[in-house]
Design a protein around this ligand. Structure first.
Ligand code: FES
Length: 140
C-alpha cells in the first residue's frame, strides 16, 4: 500500500471532484422547431459527448435550462429548468450540482440531474420533456 501525504490526498481528491463535474457551457447549434420545440445539436456541443457534460441555454417557453449528459446511452440526457422551485432565482453550477445563490437565493442545493439535496426548496429542479437521438436533443 502506498502512503499518501495529507497534501497528496487533498490534491488527489480535488482531481476526482474535477472529473465528476464539468463546467456548464453556453449551448451552440440551437434551432427553434415548429410547435415550440428547441433542437440542441450534439455535433455543435461537444460537451454533451461525455457523461457529466452540461450546456445551458435560454428558451422563451421555460427561461434558462440545462441539458445534461447522464449516461452514454443515446437517450442518456436530462433537461432541467434552472429556476429554483423555492422562489425562482436562477441556480448556479457548483462542484456537487447546482446551488441557489445569495443574496436573492436562499442556498437550496440540487444534484447535477436536478434532484433536491438541501432546502428550503421542497422539490428538485423541474424536469423538462425532451427526445434524444444520435444527432440532437429536442426539448418539447
Ligand atoms: S429562491 Fe432558491 S432557495 Fe430560495
Amino acid at each position: 500500500m502506498i502512503a499518501l501525504s495529507r497534501r497528496q490526498f487533498i490534491c488527489g481528491s480535488a482531481a476526482v471532484a474535477a472529473l465528476a463535474t464539468t463546467p456548464a457551457l453556453a449551448a451552440n447549434g440551437v434551432k427553434n422547431l415548429p410547435g415550440g420545440k428547441t433542437e440542441v445539436s450534439l455535433a455543435a456541443n461537444k460537451a454533451l459527448g461525455s457523461v457529466g457534460g452540461i450546456v445551458e441555454l435560454s428558451i422563451k417557453k421555460y427561461g434558462k435550462v440545462a441539458v445534461i449528459r447522464t449516461s452514454k446511452s443515446a437517450k442518456g440526457f436530462a433537461v432541467v429548468n434552472l429556476s429554483c422551485p423555492h422562489a425562482g432565482v436562477i441556480v448556479q453550477q457548483n462542484a456537487g450540482g447546482w446551488i441557489c445563490p445569495g443574496p436573492r437565493g436562499h442556498g437550496s442545493e440540487f444534484g447535477m440531474n436536478g434532484a433536491l439535496k438541501v432546502g428550503p426548496a421542497n422539490s428538485g429542479l423541474k424536469p423538462i420533456k425532451f427526445t434524444a437521438n444520435s444527432k440532437a436533443v429536442v426539448i418539447s
